[in-house]
Write a protein that binds this ligand. Structure first.
Ligand SMILES: [Zn+2]
Length: 76
């Protein structure tokens, strides 16, 4: 089993600016139920409303998230 370092943080609005894309370390922004990195075109799902899943392996393509209306049914 692959060991993955999982960083799950409870997000508050003012914490958003402390988040960075794990892939490119760039700025991210919130959109619907996702945290978006426009540089990588990845959408990281926010679970249970306040827990962003910042794993590249779990991220959606922004185009997929857009098609879903920036909604998902994932949870912890
Ligand atoms: Zn990125």
């Amino acid at each position: 089993m692959e060991i993955i370092c999982v960083i799950l943080m409870a997000v508050k609005k003012d914490l958003l600016k402390m988040l960075a894309c794990p892939k490119c370390k760039g700025d991210v922004s919130e959109k619907g139920m996702f945290i978006l990195c426009l540089g990588c075109k990845l959408a990281y799902p926010v679970l249970d409303s306040d827990v962003p899943d910042m794993l590249v392996d779990d991220a959606w393509a922004v185009s997929k998230a857009e098609k879903a209306g920036f909604k998902h049914e994932l949870s912890l």
